[in-house]
Design a protein around this ligand. Structure first.
Ligand SMILES: Cc1cc2nc3c(=O)[nH]c(=O)nc-3n(C[C@H](O)[C@H](O)[C@H](O)COP(=O)(O)OP(=O)(O)OC[C@H]3O[C@@H](n4cnc5c(N)ncnc54)[C@H](O)[C@@H]3O)c2cc1C
Length: 373
């Protein structure tokens, strides 16, 4: 019997939406199952920074590729996606971090990623609200920010325009080699299933190495021009790398609305969605250390979300080793907004047998992950 769909995707976050759009564009018949609002999971909680990251060669390959896909798509994005090509400023607090700026610059230069080293005065001119006495920075011009839930909606609408079906208000109870099983027993028959349920992925694919990593964010009232670029302290790398312990790092983003989005924290083992006041205060204290004036702004909302973390900090994109018709598209940790488009493209490449623009092996679920300390 022929399956009703080529691909059945569980999860309508930005990753599931990108997978749906790419599979539909490749001529595959697609159904997406999403119990909540489109993009209502980590996608709504995230910062929306589209950023090239160089923690590992595979990470830089994926983020650079995906950032280019965002740049290519930018002209078609509707206004509510709030695409802001503001660039990233990596902030170096001291000489040690300035050495990291130079190392990063070399890596970016070698890959053709535009990056400019900033001295203390140039940094102050670019972002006058940063505190005095910082050592410098690295400005990466082609990074941007978006409003992720609108981007997820846009991608899913694209998929629908290309013939995909979306079943909102329904959840997958099981992913089987025959398709997605709904709680009432209905089978959405499909040649391939895709688990794109983010931090919930282990519920449908037990045994995969995906852990919830809680994060806090705060958004202010409107202060147009308070920050101009997406700001990240270089200490962020230490915080994002750690596989243990709670951490915070200074991260501030301008929004099209004039609001400032402030992050972020990282916690394993915290499964509760509630805002944790001591963690929030720790995060805001860090932010004020870099930008004292933030303490004068009015914050209007704080919230949390869960990143889907893997041991080697790379997503899982491809078939489960023991169930070749059940694919994974999860484990994007703090980069799933950035890497969603490349994930969709790599998944569609695998399902259609096309070549890919970058090697796919580092993201295959069957890889032997190296734990990054
Ligand atoms: C605080 C924070 C800051 C971040 N900042 C950034 C950033 O600046 N840049 C960046 O690139 N990334 C960032 N991220 C990461 C990014 O938000 C995520 O990697 C990305 O949103 C993951 O998308 P997703 O579609 O995989 O998951 P989700 O958006 O969580 O979507 C999963 C979907 O699956 C659905 N689902 C769950 N169970 C089922 C089921 N049984 N059946 C069907 N559907 C189901 C859920 O309802 C949900 O909608 C941040 C994350 C956090 C938490």
């Amino acid at each position: 019997m022929r399956a009703a769909y080529d691909v059945a995707i569980a999860g309508g976050g930005i990753v599931g939406a990108a997978c749906a759009a790419e599979c539909a564009a490749a001529g595959l018949s697609v159904v997406v199952v999403e119990p909540g609002p489109v993009g209502g999971g980590a996608t709504a909680a995230g910062m929306g920074h589209i950023v090239v990251m160089d923690d590992s060669p595979a990470q830089i390959a994926l983020t650079r590729y995906s950032r280019q896909l965002w740049i290519d798509l930018a002209r078609e994005l509707p206004a509510d996606v709030e695409y802001l090509p503001c660039g990233t400023t990596w902030v170096a607090a001291d000489e040690e971090e300035l050495a990291e700026v130079r190392r990063k610059k070399q890596v970016y230069d070698a890959l053709g990623v535009k990056a400019e080293v900033l001295g203390p005065r140039e940094l102050a001119d670019l972002e006058p609200h940063l505190r005095a006495g910082l050592a410098g920075g690295l400005f990466v011009a082609d990074d941007s920010v978006i409003y992720p839930p609108s981007a997820a909606r846009f991608l899913l609408e694209r998929a629908v325009e290309r013939g995909a079906s979306v079943r909102l208000g329904e959840r997958a109870a099981a992913l089987t080699p025959e398709g997605i099983r709904l709680p009432n027993g209905t089978l959405l028959a499909a040649g391939t299933t895709v688990n794109a349920t983010g931090a919930w992925a282990p519920e449908l694919t037990p045994g995969i190495q995906v852990r919830k990593r809680k994060g806090h964010l705060v958004i202010t009232d409107r202060y147009p021009g308070f920050v101009h670029t997406a700001l990240i302290e270089l200490g962020y790398l230490k915080s994002a790398h750690s596989n243990t312990g709670d951490s915070v790092a200074f991260n501030a983003q301008p929004r099209c609305t004039g609001q400032v989005l402030i992050g972020s924290s990282r916690q394993y083992g915290a499964e509760d969605t509630a805002v944790d006041p001591p963690m929030l205060e720790r995060m805001l204290h860090r932010a004020r250390e870099y930008m004292p004036g933030l303490g004068e702004l009015t914050a209007i909302r704080a919230w949390t979300g869960f990143r889907a973390a893997t041991p080697d900090k790379l997503p899982l994109i491809g078939p489960c080793p023991d169930q070749p018709r059940c694919y994974l598209a999860t484990g994007h940790e703090g980069l799933g907004i950035t890497t969603s488009l490349a994930t969709g493209r790599l998944l569609a490449d695998q399902l259609t047998g096309r070549d890919s623009a970058i090697p796919r092996a580092p993201y295959l679920p069957g890889r032997q992950p190296e734990e990054h300390g």
